[in-house]
Design a protein around this ligand. Structure first.
Ligand code: FAD
Length: 460
């Protein structure tokens, strides 16, 4: 044991999964010594809020910090050590080797553990192209990235930006930067924005981006970034070159798994750390949670890698509880996510058609569109729904929504339906609320399920 009789739980990483784990472990076992080693200067912040914070010049970026190390120590009894980078895990001697960095220099030390929780998260993918490291080229992953972008926009008086990657972070940042009066171009290798969404919702998102003055270069591959006149940057693509002083690379994330893998922790088929339902890895007394780990997909029944804060918090909580002796299980995810593109909401849960086919389902897409409020009630708009349905059985496999309002709220009904393996026949009979300000008498969910039934009757 770490300190005579006290159980020592060491957590690597101090954001969503790590701090959830540490807090839960301390709550379950107040007498345990809980130590968080975080390589960065910040812990426990809401990365998800960064695009909206960057949009608002009056807000400080550290508004996003939920907990400081001092507060974590004083109020929660967690020994948080920032600027502590773990370099290696030795599972045989149950120790970690870490490096501290301070103004006085760097120093390496060892720390023993009884239970270890790996919550090292993920990192933004940097494309292997020349110029990706030039000044003015940014990633948006941790709070320091957020500070850097916000300062750069302010200090340079940035008026144009290029965003490489049209996934949800790229789209949220297009919205945020336009809100600051910046002209934005999105360069995306695929022929659609919002990868993973079907054609219908992706086109709605693209139309909204263009309506808001965002230039789209779809089906375009970035080949190099180089310095241009007047401190600007030139992004060379297979379809010509574009210039702006700020380039944001947002082409996806990879799990930070190397530390774990080098210690003998098994990596799963998705490339992230393999865990069981109790968040245990293959090594005794070693747990993993959050963006570094896989999760069980409740629709396919297999492992998946969908790195989201909602999952990181829940997995962290379960890892922390179990490290402190509980027997809790994480029942898995269905991949529910929602985001805003200017005035449009996009949301999805479950499998897309390609994913369903890859997972061995014989499936089809059923498309419907409906108003979001009661007949004659002012305001509201349209909601486009794509259901992914299994041929024959009518089992719901996924849902994607895009529209003026209500997508993010309604996707949760589909998420619940997926968790209970509902069919579209069952979905069509759900007792959903009706009042003109919120929904038509037949909610778009009931309409979508009814349309899917008709599609099934026609053979899907
Ligand atoms: P991380 O947040 O990556 O934290 C891991 C920590 O571990 C890092 O601080 C890192 O420094 C530390 N670490 C790594 N290696 C070591 C080491 N060797 N030693 C010590 N420390 C180490 N999710 C949603 O659900 N909804 C959203 O709307 C949403 N929006 C987002 C918007 C943006 C711009 C971004 C960037 C992310 C968004 N996410 C969203 C994703 C969400 O932020 C992540 O899923 C979540 O932060 C994952 O938490 P984590 O603790 O697993 O990993």
């Amino acid at each position: 044991m770490g300190n005579e009789s006290k159980l020592r739980i060491v957590v690597i990483g101090g954001v969503a999964a790590g701090m959830s784990a540490a807090s839960q472990a301390k709550r379950r076992m107040p007498e345990a010594e809980v130590i968080v080693l975080e390589r960065g200067p910040f812990i426990s912040y809401g990365a998800c809020g960064m695009p909206y914070n960057i949009e608002d010049p009056t807000r400080a970026m550290d508004d996003l910090i939920v907990l400081t190390p001092d507060v974590a120590r004083e109020r929660r009894g967690i020994d948080v050590r920032t600027c502590h980078e773990v370099l290696a895990i030795d599972a045989d001697s149950k120790t970690v080797r870490y490096r501290t960095s301070s103004a006085e220099g760097a120093e390496e030390q060892k720390l023993s553990y009884d239970r270890l929780i790996i919550a090292t998260g993920a990192r933004a993918v940097v494309p292997p192209i020349p110029g990706a490291d030039l000044p003015g080229v940014f990633l948006l992953r941790d709070l320091e990235d957020g500070f850097a972008i916000k300062n750069y926009v302010k200090e340079r008086g940035v008026r144009e930006a290029i965003i490489v990657g049209g996934g949800y972070i790229g789209l949220e940042m297009a919205d945020g930067l336009r809100g600051r009066g910046v002209d934005v171009r999105i360069i995306e290798m695929l022929d659609q924005v919002a990868a993973g969404f079907s054609d219908g919702p992706a086109k709605i998102a693209a139309a909204e981006l263009e309506r808001q003055g965002v230039a789209l270069s779809l089906g375009t591959r970035v080949e190099a970034i180089e310095a241009a006149e007047g401190g600007s940057l030139r992004v060379r693509t297979n379809k010509g070159a574009f210039e702006a002083p700020l380039v944001l690379l947002s082409i996806g994330v990879r799990p930070n798994r190397e530390l774990a893998a080098e210690a003998g922790v098994a990596i799963g088929p998705t490339g992230a750390i393999a865990v069981d339902a109790t968040q245990r890895t293959n090594l005794e007394d070693v747990f993993a949670a959050g963006d570094c780990a896989e999760a069980l997909h409740r629709v396919t029944g297999g492992p998946t890698y969908i790195p989201l804060g909602t999952t990181a918090n829940k997995q962290g909580k379960i890892a922390g509880a179990n490290a402190a002796g509980a027997q809790e299980r994480f029942e898995g995810i269905v991949g529910t996510a929602a985001f805003k593109v200017f005035q449009i909401e996009l949301a999805r849960t479950g499998l897309g058609l390609k994913e369903a086919t890859r997972a061995g389902f014989s499936a089809f897409e059923s498309v419907s569109e409906h108003s979001t409020r009661g007949h004659g009630y002012p305001g509201g708009g349209r909601l486009h729904t794509t259901l992914i349905v299994e041929h024959g059985t009518g089992k719901l496999l996924g849902a994607q929504l895009a529209g003026d309002e209500g997508a993010a709220a309604r996707v949760n009904v589909y998420a619940a339906a997926l968790a209970s393996s509902a069919t579209v026949y069952e979905l069509a009979n759900y007792d959903l609320a009706y009042a003109p300000p919120f929904a038509p008498v037949y909610d778009p969910i009931l309409i979508a399920a009814t349309v899917a039934q008709k599609d099934l009757a026609r053979g899907g």
